[in-house]
Write a protein of this length. Sequence first.
Length: 408
Amino acid sequence: MGAHSREGDVREGGPVLGADAPAGVRFVTVALGGFRGILADILWLRASDLQDEGRFFEVAQLADWITRLQPRYPEVWAYHAWNMAYNITAVLADPVDRWHWVRNGLRLLRDEGIPSNPHDPKLYWELGWMFYDKVGGKWDEATLFYRINWAREMGEVVGSIPGSPEMARRLKAVGLDPIRMKAVDEAYGPLDWRLPESHALYWGACGRPYQRPDSPWCSRLVWMGLVETLKGGALAFSPAQRVYQQGPRLDVAVKGIQRCASEGMNGDPLVRAVMVNFLREAALYLEAFGKRPEAEAALTELKRLPDYHDGEVALDEFIRRQIQAEIKGWDAASRQECVVRFLTRSESWRRLDGAPYAAGYERLARLYHEAWSQADKSAPAWDTLRAMARERSLLEMPDAAKTPPQSP
């Protein structure tokens, strides 16, 4: 039987269970004592066989027991959450069913895994990565469904009166700490907490104090969240009007540039690689959206990093080279999709009375179209691509849609 080292903590010859560990986990940990390991090994072997057979639902049932038998092993929680959010959703067709299992994976890490292992950075990374890659990623065809449902849920949370008991209760229900949220907002935002990239950044920031110097994955996740926030951290959202439209957060870009100045030179190479990506994107988006001095600052900061190898070029030439390098390996269909996608966003924001966003996305589309036309004389004409974008925008957004946008 485990002994109590202090009120709220349980030890069993290993790390301390967090004081917030779920009651079921704490009970099993104490009640079974040394027999937990034997039973867990048997269940792991059975789960492995079921996994090989593709019987993911049965794996989930076994994994629920395994997490309670081995609550202090982060790999157990990570495996169980991954199985639900990735493996099970892969065999389901209905987005409603898929979202159910994605949320189960999120909740498992957030409500049980991290409270049971509050000082282990792996689980903070796993949870943040799930927000970044699964809820907000580009590879699951149900991603927009996930994003809309998460925005709706979080809209109810952050729509409460700030500082009220009701808001505190709702934040706690989704695993968010108001003090940590405030610190993240002050350092990087303010963020729109309806977006999954905000939560990727948040959980990376929460896990960063516990990461090892040779494994800075949580710091890397913070910067990955910043890149996505820079490109799409502003949100016009109205479920009733079928509006979910993202735009760049140029104020976040400026804050990120300032943080690069203080962190970049002495940062870990893995983290600095994402910083380089952030600064490249910041220079491009700030220039396209009419913030040239800030874009110049991003390029200046980029040139200070040891990872920069593009020489002493001016901003316009730097952006031209960057886009040319990006599209070099693309086929014609990919290049066309890129330009049409930017133009569609421009048209959509124009219909939402978001003129600054509309102009910025049109400028991005022109930059990519110019690079494409220089590389391939058979590239479609600008007016042809614009007509395609207008048609797509009409299909994606009804005429009645009117949602006041934030200013970039």
